[in-house]
Design a binder for this molecule. Sequence first.
Ligand code: SAM
Ligand code: SF4
Ligand code: SF4
Length: 386
Amino acid sequence: MAEPGNLRIVPLVDQRARSIPVSSLAPAPHVSATGGANLVDRHGRPLRDLRISVTDRCNFRCSYCMPKDVFDKDYQYLPQTALLNFEEITRLTRQFVAQGVQKIRLTGGEPLLRKNLEILVAQLAALRTPEGQPLDLTLTTNGSLLAKKARALKEAGLQRVTVSLDGLDDAVFRRMNDVDFPVTDVLRGIEAAQAVGLGPIKVNMVVKRGTNEHEILPMARHFKGTGIVLRFIEYMDVGATNGWRMDEVMPSADVVRLLQTEWPLLALEHANRGETAQRWGYATPAGRHDTAAGEVGVISSVTQAFCGDCNRARLSTEGQLYLCLFASQGYDLRSLLRDGSLDDQLGTAIRQVWHQRSDQYSALRSALPSDNLPGVRRVEMSYIGG
Ligand code: SAM
Ligand code: SF4
Ligand code: SF4
């Protein structure tokens, strides 16, 4: 939603047009197309997590992601022919898995807008790691179509979902999605996902100071004890259209302090390396983790950089490989696919790109004054996937 008085930054250059041909890179040493689990980037980080954007379109207009005044009826979305088709996505994913990827997250835009998505899910669910293990296959959605699609997705092999929900108050939620979408329909989607076993479900709430911080406690009350893990995300300076301002960020430390006014919380261990959320368990009076009450998470992308363990790559809707959420350029894998490259050439290209990766935007940002941030010509999150 456009907020009067805020300075809106409109992108002058369409970053989607900028991509780097993989052929311009120096070869990685010891390049081999298989056995890639030992592949690391320049900071020693392995490649484990691939986020795949399956559409750049969305039926919501969250102001922090696809503000209405930029993503209006004249906005040029990608044409269908530019999008990777399901066979192309699956073929590329197989090569990513050979290079160490264990976790796949389908995202967008709104991934459930992609027609017949369950066919892609079934293809990805059939892939196996070099050790013969199935992938951790998940999807992030705004929940608007989840009630309708949960069963088909589960039957196709999706393991779990993350649902974005920024508040329970209907007026607040309608204002934040900016298309007047009711909160009850998202809650119904979450229930449907839970009923078919798409869990453990996570719910992501972006906290924007001055907009929805008063929804933090009601959201925590609602999801406590349900088995659903609620995570509070700091509002990030992704893309170039949301008019981000530091004073609208509510630091995770403040969120945790607020939660502690109502419940004692206990810091929990990270579930695994590369995990972005800090976990907090509801505590018993004896100071133990009350597992029935569950846990919440905070994702401090702005105030506490987690680049050191970042093992995520992003595949854009049109097959560009991005190494950081804040990157301004991607590596063109689609042209390799469509130029007739063999599978081992795709694997080699992925190794080359990852091997020379040095991205650590958030860590660098923490060290810079806010008026001198790197990478201002950034792509939109709806294009590379959150
Ligand atoms: N449409 C789906 C959804 O909303 O869940 C998937 C794509 S969306 C880009 C993925 C995630 O990015 C969502 O959880 C959303 O809240 C988050 N996100 C988008 N813009 C953000 C921003 N500026 N700061 C923090 N999180 C953001
Ligand atoms: Fe759409 Fe998700 Fe972005 Fe909201 S956060 S506009 S639902 S892509
Ligand atoms: Fe990873 Fe880039 Fe985020 Fe750092 S800023 S955690 S490198 S995506």
